[in-house]
Unconditional design. Structure first.
Lengths: 113, 113
């Protein structure tokens, strides 16, 4: 079974600062990788996904993530955050052909205006 | 196009009671998965339904059961509620194919007292 680790569960930063959230997974085979975001009072929404191809993936709202297979990582980045990026961010993984998702514990990100 | 809808949004039950939660998938989706999200944790996979059958199951006791109807909507039933069942219950729908993303509902907040 896959498992996902996210560190720095609480992140506080100022507007215009850069954000990087780490995600490591444990699974030996091919994986699909996802970052979901949960804004206050809203449902989980997909930020970006990786299935195959270019390991640098661009998502919505200026977010990007890089898949590094040798490090089993899929870190999320945004060069300049806004107050509206305040949310909880979840990394998730599944195996192709099996769309059961394994989630990390999440990162609570607070952006101070 | 309606996304994933869940009902009710909030529920309070007494220990030992039974509860039924409902989910309507996004239009065009035939696969429904249920997740439990405890406070401060990432969603944990409960089970998945496809063609009205339970296709996969996570590490949850038999007190958790479900159903899928011919219109692809689904129910999650929990019997003999425990205080530890208090959580946000999320429904996700997807298409039955490889390399697809899951769409989540807003969840049902269950409190067991």
């Amino acid at each position: 079974a896959q498992s996902v680790s996210q560190h720095n569960h609480h992140v506080i930063l100022s507007e215009a600062a850069s954000l990087e959230l780490g995600c490591n997974y444990s699974y030996g085979g091919t994986v699909n990788l996802f970052w979901y975001v949960q804004y206050p009072g809203q449902h989980l929404q997909l930020l970006l996904k990786y299935f195959s191809g270019d390991p640098l993936v661009k998502g919505i709202k200026g977010f990007e993530a890089e898949f590094i297979k040798s490090k089993f990582s899929f870190n999320l980045r945004k060069p300049s955050v806004q107050w509206s990026d305040t949310a909880e961010y979840f990394c998730a993984v599944n195996a192709p052909g099996n769309n059961r998702l394994a989630f990390g514990k999440g990162n609570q990100v607070v952006v101070i205006p | 196009d309606a996304g994933v809808t869940q009902s009710p949004t909030h529920l309070i039950k007494t220990r030992g009671q039974q509860v039924t939660l409902r989910c309507s998938p996004k239009s065009g989706h035939d696969t429904v998965s249920w997740y439990q999200q405890a406070l401060g944790q990432g969603p944990q996979f409960i089970f998945q339904y496809y063609e009205e059958e339970e296709r996969q199951r996570g590490n949850f006791p038999d007190r958790f059961s479900g159903h899928q109807f011919p219109n692809y909507s689904s129910e999650l039933n929990v019997n003999a509620l425990l205080l530890g069942d208090s959580a946000l219950y999320l429904c996700a729908s997807s298409e039955n194919r490889d390399n697809t993303e899951a769409f989540f509902g807003q969840g049902t907040r269950l409190t067991v007292v």
